[in-house]
Design a protein around this ligand. Structure first.
Ligand SMILES: Nc1ncnc2c1ncn2[C@@H]1O[C@H](COP(=O)(O)OP(=O)(O)OP(=O)(O)O)[C@@H](O)[C@H]1O
Ligand SMILES: [Mg+2]
Length: 207
């Protein structure tokens, strides 16, 4: 089982990740659950993460290929081994981030980006939580944290990325479940629990 967490910076993915892992362990009654993240969520991935986050790229394809390279290694070394062994993977960010950031954010052609994702033969998530937060709330939270990165500082870019996530959700509401991430952490947790329960129900009624 492969779960991904998506949303703009400051939407609350990292804050909820450990709670989701706890809920998943309880529902599926297993300890074979790992929490991971992109970019850089594989052994040796920290330097690529730092390059991606801190660099300015003249050509948007450079950024795309770096994210895809990072993901290929993440899948090969972390995600696939756990999935093959029957475990549950929860990843902060995955393919939907590439679509939202590179297609809507950087205006690369969707068809080409999807082709590259498909060529890389990356596993599809079973379930994705989209943390839908307003730009104002996200920026307020991030400015409290300090050190806003190069993407977080560009409001127009953030707005396009948020729109991208909305479009992705509208196209695929079955896999991508929208979470209203504007409220407090408890409110967000309750929605996540509800969505996990609904997922289990849907799966049971299909079998
Ligand atoms: N529901 C919430 N209510 C209030 N503050 C929150 C909530 N969720 C997260 N925060 C705070 O907002 C900040 C950003 O949250 P978090 O780091 O979880 O976001 P993120 O989606 O993981 O961001 P990034 O994409 O930058 O990693 C943190 O300081 C966190 O404590
Ligand atoms: Mg985070």
């Amino acid at each position: 089982m492969f779960i991904t967490l998506e949303g703009i910076d400051g939407s609350g993915k990292s804050s909820q990740a450990k709670h989701i892992a706890r809920m998943v362990r309880g529902i599926w009654k297993t300890d074979n659950v790992i929490l991971t993240h992109e970019p850089g969520g594989w052994p040796g991935g920290a330097s690529l993460r730092s390059t991606i986050i801190k660099s300015h790229f003249e050509n948007p394809w450079t950024e795309l290929f770096l994210f895809i390279s990072d993901r290929c290694e993440h899948v090969a070394r972390v995600i696939s081994p756990i999935l093959k062994n029957g475990g549950i993977v929860i990843s902060e960010r995955y393919n939907d981030s590439t679509l939202a950031y590179q297609v809507w954010g950087r205006c690369l052609p969707e068809k080409d980006v999807r082709t590259i994702i498909n060529v890389a033969k990356l596993p599809e998530p079973d379930l994705t939580f989209w943390f839908d937060v307003s730009i104002e709330t996200a920026v307020k939270r991030l400015s409290k944290r300090g050190n806003m990165d190069r993407i977080e500082q560009d409001l127009e870019l953030l707005k396009r990325i948020a729109e991208g996530y909305r479009m992705l959700w509208e196209k695929n509401p079955e896999r991508i479940r929208r979470i209203d991430a504007n409220g407090d952490e408890k409110f967000v947790q309750l929605q996540l629990m509800e969505e996990l329960r609904k997922y289990v129900k849907r799966k049971c009624s299909c079998q």
